[in-house]
Design a protein around this ligand. Structure first.
Ligand code: PLP
Length: 459
């Protein structure tokens, strides 16, 4: 792969943060202490942290300067106006409700729109999104195309909704029991896979024919836009800004985690066009977050997010980001390591089933693989398989088709040299894959168990 031509960083480095170099003995001790859950490691034990791209972004000098302009008024902060302006200009929604992060917006949206017994279709579940839907009495239905569940399938828009599945659900339960469709751009748990513009438009038209709203999970909308530019005919000469604007013209609102494509460390919002829904959201936001003009955020954080939203639609920024992820993925593929294809927007996903065909899914192969990658190299990754999928309302494990480990690239944080180290770590785990045992629970929390569960290896 020495001929790999990568896109160099479209920024230079102004501040550095030293990271921990650890020994194998230290890591063995650390992963045991963490109950074989990488979420429970401390950063002092982590060399390269690919746990998540959420809130781990490096802000620009312009964003840091914005922090100094925080207007910390209890009501009517000018930074809120800036955030609202950014969302109106870039996404095209009329109303913005700031929240402490994405799940704060999910909570508001689920509470104001869902009635007991409703159905919410979505293109694959997301952990917190589905939980808020279920807590409000809805049943989630996965209507993503079948290709999304096949790690080797190279469909360019594996995040697309299957219109036949959506139509079948409408026919089965009736449109009045579907308050909205939750369309994620990109689809995190499918491997960071994008949705095509054509599909967004078709979903919007079908939904509106029945009076059903379309709500985007906009968390990684800019990465989705860049895939459209690279892959969808007719968009190659459009700017990211134009593509993002068109995407949101096929939505009635969105929830947003600013911690991802907002390029900040904390924050999010709910955006809407409907005035009545907005009013309901403002009545609730004061209960769970704060005044409608700050939600769960400080003035300075709203300013950093407003600036981040503009920076994110710069083509060089997002193309470099996608290139870093692809660089890591291509190098692993060249080593013969099984990963989800095509390489997605924010992460490379290892196929744990192919690492450990001898470990049954209810012995948590992906959880163990994340622990092994850490042991080999000090690289921290995350399980995205049966542990993340949790239990169904009857209390049984959900058995997802995909049993994955996610190597997530934080925005503007690591270099291509760091990614080479990651390749070596995963290679070592692959070479030593044969006698690795499964795991069992020592502690299992009732919901969102992946965050705090503890495990031990089976004999
Ligand atoms: C992170 C994430 C969320 C939730 O956002 P938080 O800011 O972590 O609360 C929702 N949907 C997707 C697809 C995400 O990746």
């Amino acid at each position: 792969m020495e001929s790999y031509k990568y896109m160099a960083e479209p920024y230079k480095i102004k501040m550095v943060e030293p990271i921990a170099v650890t020994t194998r003995e230290q890591r063995e001790e650390a992963i045991k202490r963490a109950g074989y859950n990488t979420f429970l490691l401390t950063t002092e034990d982590v060399y390269i942290d690919l746990l998540t791209d959420s809130g781990t972004n490096a802000m620009s000098d312009n964003q840091w300067a914005g922090l100094m302009l925080g207007d910390e008024a209890y009501a009517g902060s000018k930074n809120f106006r800036h955030l609202e302006q950014a969302v109106r200009e870039l996404y095209g929604f009329k109303y913005v409700v700031p929240t402490h992060q994405g799940r704060g917006a999910e909570n508001l949206l689920s509470q104001i729109m869902i009635k007991q017994g409703d159905y919410v279709p979505g293109n694959m579940y997301f952990t917190t999104t589905r939980l808020h839907q279920e807590l409000n009495g809805a049943i989630f239905r996965d209507v993503i195309i079948d290709e999304a569940h096949e790690p080797e399938n190279e469909h360019p828009f594996k995040g697309n909704i299957d219109l036949n599945k959506l139509q079948a659900l409408i026919d089965e339960v009736g449109p009045e029991r579907i308050p909205y469709i939750c369309l994620a751009v990109t689809v995190n748990l499918a491997g960071g896979q994008p949705v095509s513009m054509e599909n967004m438009k078709a979903v919007y038209e079908l939904a509106h024919k029945y009076g059903i709203k379309v709500m985007f999970d906009a968390t990684r909308c800019v990465e989705n836009a860049c895939f459209i530019k690279h892959r969808e005919p007719g968009y190659e000469n459009k700017s990211i800004r134009e593509i993002v604007k068109e995407m949101f013209s096929y939505a009635d609102g969105c929830t947003m985690s600013g911690k991802k494509d907002g390029i900040v460390n904390i924050g999010g919002f709910l955006a809407l066009n409907d005035e009545e829904l907005y009013q309901k959201a403002t009545a609730l936001v004061v209960v769970y977050e704060g005044m409608p003009s700050y939600g769960g955020m400080s003035g300075r954080d709203m300013e950093a997010l407003a600036r981040g939203l503009y920076e994110a639609v710069d083509y060089n920024y997002v193309a470099h980001r996608l290139d870093q992820v692809k660089y890591l993925g291509d190098k692993l593929i060249a080593e013969g390591i099984p990963v989800v294809k095509p390489i997605g927007g924010h992460a490379v996903f290892l196929d744990a089933r192919q690492f450990y065909p001898h470990i049954p899914q209810d012995q948590f192969p992906a959880q163990m693989l994340a622990a092994q990658v850490y042991l080999e190299s000090g690289v921290r990754s995350m399980e995205r398989g049966i542990v993340s999928a949790g239990r169904d309302p009857e209390g049984n494990h959900r058995f997802p088709k995909l049993e994955l480990v996610r190597l997530t690239i934080p925005r503007r944080v690591y270099t291509y040299a760091h990614l080479d180290v990651v390749v070596d770590g995963v290679k070592a785990a692959w070479n030593n894959r044969h006698n690795v045992p499964g795991l069992r629970f020592v502690y299992e929390p009732p919901v969102l168990r992946f965050f705090t569960a503890r495990f031990e290896p089976l004999k």
